[in-house]
Design a protein around this ligand. Structure first.
Ligand code: NAD
Length: 472
């Protein structure tokens, strides 16, 4: 791990380190230390004692240089992402492009000053003054905790806005994929980031999570991961700012006028890319019964054509899921739905952590495979008869992250945009469509409504100060 840029814990015993496995070969690809509480406290104390003073020009230069390094080394970075996560090389290469986008957008945003000016002679009792706003970094340190599903991009979405705003961050990546996070930090140090601005702590959350949330130097906890842990953090954090990006259960809704070739392509891509492990993956396919049979036929054909297997094989469209336990879990969820009357049309084959793309038809909204988040390459199809029913089913889970709507009818589109309880509606696109710059995040159990995306994260990582001046 890295404490203010220093390499720490290379020589820990097996007992005080965590093995990281390649989910496909099951080989140990390396070990990371289990940080002690003293080490976590040291990371916060060092960060707190330091206040970055980089000019906007200097921050943009660090971020642009890091983007250039990521682009130049994309093959090697993709191989590391793939080795520790089981994501196929295609997905991992795509992720390197997203990381580079986050860095470039961060660099561009730094160059803008979003300060506001208010004239004060707006009312009869107004004065000849002006009120100005400016953003300042937080007084304390930011804790960032990230999930396994995009090993480097999830990290980039926390670290880049922190650098852009001259904050200090202590990052704890997922213990399943820590090496991509450590590599990202090393790239930033190489690009000129003052090392005190970023530490990467690895370890067992049962030992260190509470310290990461409640250390007195922590001003803000930014967390991406599952609902249960997000709510645990909310219960612990007390009087601190929190950005929680939690699970999703996103539908693709296919209306009777949809182009079924386009809709089925979006449905399978949304369901299987990144091995189905995206918070915004398609987790439910809601189809109008008038076109359901034709849609299902195309989804099945495209699922059969989705090439999966060895993640290192560049011709594969999908690698493994994160580990065998996850694959077994999907298998059991699908078996349970079949026992309750769903029809298995293709898939549900498992070998270790390799789980085949799976289509389930005639799924009922109450089955756990769609009521809860199934974070893998499973396509459960639910049929409906009217837009009211589609909206009710879509809104009928605890989640509210994103959605996809396939129709060309403006009356349907406006109705969905207004009525779906989600953070995003993408018309004729996958639910996961976004720019790394645009506001992103969910409501209900998917998040408290604070958004990510480089621009919004910059807002939540800063304090707005106003100052006013006499103005003749
Ligand atoms: P997870 O919740 O199991 O773990 C996330 C992180 O929390 C890891 O770093 C883990 O070590 C840490 N953690 C574990 N126990 C903790 C504790 N008690 N206190 C604090 N941190 C603790 O999630 P995961 O399995 O890595 O990722 C999958 C989940 O993440 C899915 O639910 C997915 O939808 C969600 N996700 C959400 C978004 C979003 O932007 N909304 C994006 C990606 C993933």
């Amino acid at each position: 791990m890295r404490i203010a840029g220093r390499v720490v814990g290379q020589d820990r015993s097996e007992d005080r380190s965590i093995a990281v496995y390649n989910p496909f070969t099951e080989a140990v690809i390396g070990r990371v230390p289990k940080a002690t509480l003293e080490e976590v406290r040291e990371a916060f104390a060092t960060a707190h004692a330091y206040q970055p003073q980089l000019s906007r020009y200097e921050r943009a230069a660090v971020l642009n240089k890091a983007a250039a390094i990521v682009t130049q080394r994309r093959e090697a970075i993709a191989q590391l992402i793939s080795a520790e996560s089981g994501l196929c090389i295609k997905d991992a290469l795509y992720e390197t492009g997203r990381v580079s986008d986050v860095l470039v957008f961060g660099a561009n945003e730094v160059l803008k000053d979003d300060g506001q000016v208010f004239s004060c002679d707006l009312t009869p009792h107004g004065k000849k003054r002006k009120v100005f706003t400016q953003r300042a970094p937080l007084l304390g340190v930011i804790t960032a905790i990230t999930p396994f599903n995009h090993p480097m991009n999830q990290v980039a979405h926390k670290v880049v806005p922190s650098i852009a705003t001259n904050n200090r961050m202590v990052l704890k990546p997922s213990e399943k994929v820590p090496f991509s996070a450590i590599l990202f930090a090393d790239i930033l140090y190489e690009a000129g980031l003052p090392p005190e601005a970023l530490s990467v702590i690895t370890g067992d959350p049962r030992e260190i999570a509470d310290e990461l949330i409640t250390n007195p130097h922590v001003d803000l906890v930014t967390f991406t991961g599952g609902v249960a842990i997000g709510k645990y953090i909310a219960s612990k954090a007390g009087y601190r700012r929190m950005v929680l990006e939690l699970g999703g259960n996103d539908p693709i809704i296919v209306m009777e006028d949809a182009d079924l070739d386009e809709a089925s392509t979006l449905a399978v891509q949304g369901s299987y890319k990144n091995s189905g492990q995206r918070c915004t993956a398609v987790k439910r396919m809601l189809v109008h019964s008038a076109v359901a049979d034709a849609f299902v036929e195309q989804v099945v054909a495209k699922t059969r054509a989705w090439k999966f297997g060895n993640p290192a094989d560049a011709s594969n469209d999908m690698g493994t899921v994160i580990d065998e336990a996850a694959a077994r879990f999907f298998e059991s969820r699908v078996n349970e739905a079949v026992a309750q009357g769903a029809h298995l049309l293709v898939g549900n084959a498992r070998q270790g952590a390799l789980y085949s793309p799976t289509v389930l038809d005639h799924v009922h909204p109450d089955m756990l495979v769609v009521k809860e988040e199934t974070f893998g390459p499973v396509s459960p199809i639910i049929r409906f008869n009217s837009i009211d029913e589609a909206i009710a089913i879509s809104n009928g889970t605890a989640y509210g992250l994103s959605s996809s709507v396939c129709t060309n009818r403006m009356d349907y589109i406006t109705r969905f945009v207004n009525a779906l309880h989600v953070g995003s509606v993408n018309v004729r696109e996958v639910p996961g469509y976004r720019l790394e710059l645009t506001p992103f995040g969910g409501i209900k159990d998917s998040g408290l409504g604070y958004k990510e995306g480089v621009q919004e994260a910059i807002k939540s990582f800063t304090n707005v100060k106003t100052f006013s001046l006499p103005w003749q």
